[in-house]
Ligand binder design. Structure first.
Ligand code: ADP
Ligand code: X15
Ligand code: MG
Length: 388
């Protein structure tokens, strides 16, 4: 992997892929961990006389959804850098080109949400060409998106002199070192909402971990596979077959696969929802599981306390809503107090641990959820491979 030490940026215009896919609330940045994490790279490039064109995605827009504009991110980044950050209305096209052409060394331009372009997730060659035309060199510091082979993470790297940013470099080095020889027992805690994306890694973790603790919306395909009712819980259909396979594999021994045995239910996904505890996992009609229950939280905390290495990705529930935050808080506290090596990864998991004031109590706080899972399971990340 080429690093910033090997890239000449003096007087150059540099396209920097960042992962500014941050949680938003009421049109404001709710957690700026990922923006702060990119600052060392951005500051180093500016010190070295580069002009910066930043590119990021935000959420998963199906069209040009205005609530997924990077406008609030440009504002927050400007405050953190102490400089004006302009936002180009388009990712590519005349206006973006004109604004990029105006840049002086040290200036920072942020392009609009790159997923407004349908070619981004298809790694479209034309889009990669257009992105490459905006700059003289390319730096990828978006570790959180390095598991995606998209135009701004993979295609463009093949078209410009390139290097990894300091964040991506540090993430890959730290996570690789931890997984090389993890202290045992190795406990993986997996929750969150991106079930179809992440359920595949459970299969691999069953071969390397001693226990896997499932929470968040990840548990519902498992419950459905076991014949339980899931009510209106978030339950991705595509997850059910892999969940069934994982249950069968776990039954053969080697690694324990733990599921919740109690839940906290809401009648809708809202802080004002009606809430009730369920001692069991059969969710009645009209209700959804929005957190693990207190017995599950206690059980998981005990597992985490005796682990040699803990890897946690994905909140245990809808922690952004206070009535459904207790399970995630209990796991965060257990991770913070654990004597072993602790790694927490994911945009939302990082936001949760920040929210609870425990971010400085873990061995490594990773900006990537899916990316760190795929790295830890031994996959080559396309965004990293393109930098070699
Ligand atoms: N039971 C649940 N039902 C619906 N959403 C959930 C549930 N548990 C967790 N979530 C949601 O999962 C989201 C985070 O998932 P994900 O992006 O996979 O994690 P990370 O960013 O840490 O990798 C949070 O916004 C949270 O509200
Ligand atoms: O937030 C992200 O991943 P994460 O939720 O696993 O931490 C990354 O920005 C990747 O986003 P994507 O899963 O929509 O490609
Ligand atoms: Mg997330």
């Amino acid at each position: 992997m080429r690093t910033l030490d090997e890239l000449d940026v003096d007087g150059k215009r540099v396209l920097v892929r960042v992962d500014f896919n941050v949680p938003l609330k009421d049109g404001e940045v709710a957690d700026d961990t990922r923006i702060r994490a990119a600052l060392p790279t951005l500051e180093e490039l500016r010190r070295n006389n580069a002009a910066l064109v930043l590119v990021s995605h935000l959420g998963r827009p199906k069209n040009r959804e205005p609530e997924l504009s990077l406008r609030p991110v440009a504002g927050r980044l400007g405050e953190l850098l102490g400089t004006d950050v302009r936002l180009a209305p388009g990712v590519v096209g005349d206006q973006a080109i004109a604004m990029a052409n105006e840049l002086q060394p040290g200036d920072v331009l942020l392009l609009e949400n790159v997923r407004y372009e349908p070619g981004e997730t298809k790694n479209d060659a034309d889009l990669a060409d257009q992105l490459a035309a905006l700059a003289d060199a390319y730096v990828n510091d978006a570790f959180g998106a390095a598991h995606r082979a998209h135009a701004s993470t993979e295609g463009v790297a093949r078209r410009l002199p390139h290097a990894a940013g300091r964040l991506l470099e540090r993430e890959v080095k730290t996570l690789t070192a931890i997984i090389e020889d993890p202290a045992k027992p190795l406990v993986a805690v997996v929750g969150g909402a991106k079930v179809t994306d992440k359920i595949a890694v459970i299969d691999r973790f069953l071969e390397v971990a001693d226990a896997i603790l499932i929470g968040g919306a990840m548990c519902f395909p498992f419950f459905k596979a076991q014949g339980h009712d899931v009510g209106s819980s978030l339950c991705e259909e595509e997850g059910i077959a892999p969940a069934k396979l994982a249950l069968e594999k776990a039954a053969q021994g080697g690694c324990r696969l733990e599921l919740p045995n109690d839940l906290v239910l809401g009648d809708r996904f809202a802080a004002e929802a009606e809430r009730k505890q369920l001692d069991g996992v059969d969710v009645p009609d009209g209700w959804m599981g929005l957190d693990v229950g207190p017995r599950t939280a206690e059980r998981y905390a005990a597992e985490i306390a005796q682990a040699g290495t803990v890897f946690w990705n994905g909140p245990m529930g809808a922690f952004e809503l206070e009535p459904f935050a207790a399970g995630t808080r209990a796991v965060a506290e257990a991770v913070a107090n654990a004597p072993g090596t602790t790694v927490v990864g994911g945009g939302d998991s990082a936001a949760a641990i920040q929210q609870f004031g425990l971010a400085d109590r873990v061995t490594h706080l990773s900006t990537g959820g899916g990316a760190s899972l795929e790295l830890l399971e031994g996959k080559t990340l396309p965004g990293v491979e393109a930098l070699s």
